[in-house]
Design a protein. Structure first.
Lengths: 316, 384, 337
């Protein structure tokens, strides 16, 4: 926020003062929010990589470690006189069924992010296709796509996913990602359609049309490159939504149970009343990791917004 | 320049002196308005003309203290009725606005708040400067209402009776003390009363422009600035709206600056014309003088390009401003396009030269020491 | 003038009814797409869990007969649709013979209340904060404090709920950890004490939704305000010398709130999904907890019924927002005429 305060001085009412630092003219991709978000995700991936290299990830399996150990350096009063003390072999503690929390994070975090990435990618591809189709062709195709989009957005996807999963039972992560993507196309479609419509009316696309450039070329040479920051922002937003859906389904007990992801870990902890037993590390650590991931995604999204929209940049 | 103030009996209402406005960009400042000075006399209409991008709007916004970032005023002085506008505090400036200086904006199409009725947008400017209109209290209105209601007369049509009842009730519940005043404004600009309750999107372009004119003169400001007020309209409406502008101005007795790029249209409504090129005023004179005897080479180009004044000639102004506005050429700003330019023009910036009464021009040709060069140049033109 | 255009209303109603139809059909088709029939699948799952179910075949046949699963599919579909129209959602199998509609009608008001109040709060606070962020006259301190209050933005409400219930329910013990009102009330009553208890219990769940959501609205509002600051009418408003605060609410917020309303309609689906999970965390007496219970008890009929009613409610909320939109945007009423 320090950067905000600095450039603020440049925007004096009435503009009677000399403009201050030229931050707003810098390379738009040097946006602190964008960079911070990317860095946080980068650090998380790096830590996962380190963990995979140096930690025994099989400890994420059931009964591979002692039960209910608190993180190293902490104590946990189990019963009256039954005090458990954290040990260095399990620095983040263990849970109810003998999984090492650190191993669980190393294994679970990429799985959770993966579900989001797959669902968002599929949704995005469909969204780009339908969005361009609707925006470019118009007519009844546009009407049908818009209607489908409106309906899909209105229906709370979580509820339909619950109905589906309650038939299928718990599924593997890829299936879950594909199920989520059934709803993840609507928002990008709507967004891209609107952007395509705006771009279509803009000068350079009109010029290209007048000079007889084929529609396909206009789409991919003129519109796509300009849409990139919007597409990226939309993708990140989509990924956030997909992870939220996945975690939600997992917390309801629909996740894969053998090798847990973060949401499944939270499900187990709720099942075992970890809250009342004060086993805060069990649900707390996955929650904090997820929260950091979401904050990073939000920062990237905000950064991309400012990259795509110079006015927002200027207002900072 | 200052001699003029004494010679004419007219009072100066707006005195712009040495005003300079820049836009900050990454490659350096764009010099949009470059040390311009001019005066506006009471009751006069001054036209500010020049091709697109020469800094007309920026000048207007500078005078109004509305330059938008990244623009900023470098230096200058703007006096309205002796008040230095640049020295006003924020609150003083707010109060001064619209009563001292008002604006009829360039983009009248989008200059009205889309979610407010026309009446509300005129009421708000009146009320924020004159205080809340003198509302009678509800009790007073109630007593008026009670006095007015009566039994139906014998043989009186029920419809008429109920109509009167309804009118009284409306007066009681929705008292609009400024209604008559707004209707007067509407009449002055030729708007029908029915738009009183309408939203901007229900009006045509010409109507919106008239609403802006009505709004601009609502407080009888000292100076009204109309920035390309008619440019967005089609040609027929343009003339009518321009005519309205002049009529309203005469009726209310304000001083007016009309900005435009259409010399032909401006000629019909202004008293004096200031010709602007690349941020500078190159010639300023009464409108007849400019047409009868354009002095500055740029003005001559402009006049030549008006189809309606002389016979149709190919438009000479095809290039627009050719130099980079961040690095203007040395000496005369126009020298890169000027057919008469010679070495001296690159050395020294031409001063404002008073050629005849109220007729000033910024060109070295009119310096007495270059008398001969001038006659030769103009003779050559006449021969071709 | 000023009325809603017929076209607009028709389109909104079309979307509404199509949404209901699509949702109902999906819910009808999904179990039939799965291998086997739902009853057999359910009994299979029950026996999986319990290890053994007595007379499984008889149970299956009996229920199939009872639920008409032996009829042709289209007959089933028509009967199913007919039942939905009469709001007959069948019986909760696991809580035989409680009708689903009865369970739902007990739970739904709590969910509507929770989500409604949370929405009211985050929409108001979010838009206000966003407007203040963009306004040039906002004090510096406020402009620093508001972004700081938004750090929870984008975290799912579920996780916020976990953190809140742990900190304020468990560690500090100033708010209850579960249920919509104190267990000493056997059923809802209209007393101040009861209302107080409801507010006390509802605070954390509502906050779980509000804390993570209002930031989005603040950011959206800020973006809209920035866009509006560049509009021509803002320059005229400045030139008119109107009072700054008046310009803020009558020119800026008034225009910026319109797209925010549209965005609210779009976000209802996500919002309802989030609140279902928050209810699970807080064991709140609403639809989310009902669904969770149904999932636990493998009560497919109850899952279907609850989901369908929640979808209907969401669609209705969207419809209401969409239909009230023309009332605040004078331009809509003219479109399509
Ligand atoms: N926001 C801006 N940033 C940079 N340059 C600007 C900006 N606005 C205007 N200018 C420059 O200032 C000059 C004058 O613009 P303007 O006053 O709008 O001209 P006019 O009204 O005569 O068409 C132009 O050369 C234009 O390029
Ligand atoms: S000063 Fe020189 S260049 Fe400038 S207008 Fe006069 S003759 Fe042309
Ligand atoms: Mg202009």
């Amino acid at each position: 926020m320090a950067a905000e305060a600095k450039t603020k001085a440049a925007v004096v009412a009435g503009g009677t003062k000399k403009a201050g630092a030229f931050n707003r003219f810098d390379n738009p991709w040097l946006n602190w929010k964008f960079l911070a978000g990317v860095s946080i995700l980068g650090i998380i991936f790096f830590l996962i990589f380190l963990g995979n290299t140096f930690w025994d990830t099989s400890l994420a399996l059931n009964a591979s470690a002692p039960l209910n150990l608190p993180p190293y350096g902490m104590e946990y009063q189990k019963g009256k006189n039954n005090i458990l003390v954290g040990v260095p072999e399990h620095p983040l503690g263990t849970e109810n069924s003998g999984r090492d929390m650190l191993a669980l994070l190393i294994v679970g975090t990429p799985r959770t992010l993966g579900v989001g990435a797959i669902a968002a990618s599929v949704g995005m591809l469909v969204g780009i296709f339908l969005g361009f189709l609707a925006g470019f062709l118009g007519g009844w195709i546009d009407d049908v796509i818009r209607l489908a989009t409106d309906i899909t957005i209105t229906i709370p996807s979580l509820l339909v996913l619950i109905v589906i999963q309650s038939v299928l039972g718990s599924v593997d992560l890829i299936t879950m990602a594909l199920l989520i993507s059934m709803f993840a196309w609507a928002t990008p479609t709507r967004y891209i359609r609107a952007q395509v419509l705006t771009m279509r009316e803009s000068g350079y696309v009109q010029m290209a049309r007048l000079s007889g450039v084929p529609t396909r070329n206009i789409m991919f040479r003129e519109i796509m490159p300009n849409l990139l920051p919007y597409l990226a922002a939309s993708y990140i937003g989509n990924m956030t939504g997909a992870i939220i859906s996945a975690v939600g389904l997992e917390v309801l007990g629909f996740g894969p149970q053998r090798i847990p992801s973060l949401g499944v870990a939270i499900f187990f902890s709720i099942e075992a009343a970890a809250l009342l037993r004060n086993m805060w590390w069990w649900w707390g650590i996955p929650t904090v990791i997820l929260a950091i991931v979401f904050i990073a995604l939000l920062l990237i999204n905000l950064g991309l917004d400012e990259i795509a929209n110079p006015r927002l940049r200027k207002a900072n | 320049m200052s001699e003029q103030r004494e010679t004419g009996s007219e009072r100066v209402v707006l005195d712009v002196d040495n005003l300079r406005i820049h836009y900050a960009t990454p490659q350096g400042d764009v010099i949009a308005v470059s040390d311009i000075s001019f005066e506006l006399y009471e009751g006069e209409t001054l036209g500010l003309v020049g091709e697109s991008g020469c800094g007309k709007s920026t000048t207007a916004y500078g005078i109004l203290q509305l330059v938008q970032p990244p623009g900023y005023i470098v230096h200058g002085s703007i006096e309205v009725d002796g008040t230095e506008v640049l020295n006003l505090t924020e609150e003083e400036l707010r109060k001064f606005r619209w009563t001292g200086l008002s604006l009829i904006p360039q983009g009248a199409m989008n200059s009205l708040n889309p979610t407010m009725r026309v009446k509300a947008q005129i009421v708000d400017v009146i009320e924020s400067h004159e205080g809340k209109a003198n509302y009678e209290s509800f009790r007073e209105r109630l007593s008026v209402f009670l006095r007015k209601i009566r039994r139906p007369r014998r043989g009186e049509p029920l419809k008429k009776y109920l109509g009167e009842w309804l009118r009284n009730l409306t007066l009681l519940l929705r008292y609009e003390p400024l209604k008559e005043r707004i209707f007067d404004l509407f009449q002055a600009v030729g708007l029908p009363n029915r738009i009183y309750n309408m939203y901007p999107h229900e009006l045509s372009g010409g109507m919106k422009q008239r609403v802006c004119i009505a709004m601009g003169v609502a407080l009888h400001p000292t100076v009204v600035i109309a920035d390309e007020a008619t440019s967005a309209l089609d040609v027929v409406v343009q003339r009518i709206v321009a005519q309205t502008l002049v009529e309203v101005k005469d009726e209310i007795g304000v001083s007016l600056i009309v900005i435009g790029h259409d010399m032909g249209l401006l000629a019909q409504i202004v008293d004096r014309i200031a010709v602007m090129y690349a941020g500078k005023i190159v010639e300023i004179a009464p409108v007849e003088n400019v047409y009868a005897n354009p002095l500055h080479p740029y003005t001559q180009l402009l006049i030549d390009s008006i189809p309606s004044i002389k016979e149709r000639k190919p438009l000479k102004i095809t290039e627009g401003i050719t130099h980079d506005p961040r690095n203007p050429p040395s000496g005369c700003i126009f020298r890169l396009r000027c057919p008469f330019a010679w070495e001296h023009c690159a050395l020294e910036e031409p001063p404002q030269i008073n050629v005849e009464a109220k007729h000033e021009v910024a060109c070295h040709l009119f310096d007495e020491q270059f008398e001969e060069r001038r006659s030769n140049a103009f003779a050559a033109i006449a021969n071709s | 003038m000023g009325g809603l255009s017929l076209n607009y209303i028709m389109r909104r109603l079309l979307v509404f009814f199509l949404t209901l139809w699509v949702a109902a059909t999906l819910i009808f088709i999904i179990p039939r797409l799965a291998p086997g029939d739902p009853i057999t699948a359910m009994v299979a799952r029950m026996s999986q869990q319990a290890g053994f179910v007595e007379n499984a075949d008889l149970i299956i046949e009996g229920w199939k007969e009872r639920f008409g699963l032996n009829d042709p599919v289209y007959v089933q579909y028509l009967r199913y649709m007919g039942n939905l129209l009469r709001f007959d959602l069948g019986l909760a199998m696991a809580r035989f013979p409680s009708p689903v509609s009865q369970l739902v009608s007990r739970a739904l008001p709590w969910t509507i209340g929770l989500v409604g109040i949370a929405t009211l709060i985050f929409f108001t606070v979010g838009n206000l904060f966003g407007a203040l962020l963009a306004w040039t006259k906002t004090p510096k301190l406020v402009k620093v404090l508001i972004p700081m209050s938004m750090i929870f933005t984008s975290i799912p409400p579920l996780l916020a709920g976990l953190l809140l219930v742990y900190i304020f329910g468990f560690l500090l013990d100033i708010f209850p950890q579960a249920y919509a009102y104190h267990h000493s009330f056997r059923q809802p009553e209209f007393t101040l004490k009861f209302i107080g208890s409801v507010l006390h219990h509802g605070f954390l769940p509502a906050m779980a939704i509000v804390l993570v959501t209002f930031g989005y609205w603040a950011l959206g509002m800020r973006g809209m305000m920035v866009t509006i600051e560049g509009e021509d009418y803002m320059i005229l408003a400045q030139a008119k010398g109107l009072k700054p605060f008046y310009v803020l609410y009558r020119y800026m917020i008034r225009n910026a709130i319109l797209p925010q309303m549209t965005a609210l309609a779009v976000s209802i689906g996500t919002l309802v999904g989030g609140s279902v999970l928050v209810e699970v965390i807080f064991n709140y007496n609403g639809m989310g907890t009902l669904i969770f219970t149904a999932i636990r008890e493998q009560d497919f009929n109850l899952i279907q019924g609850t989901s369908f009613i929640l979808i209907v409610t969401s669609a209705l909320a969207v419809l209401i927002i969409d239909l009230s939109y023309p009332l605040i945007d004078p331009r809509i009423s003219l479109e399509g005429k």
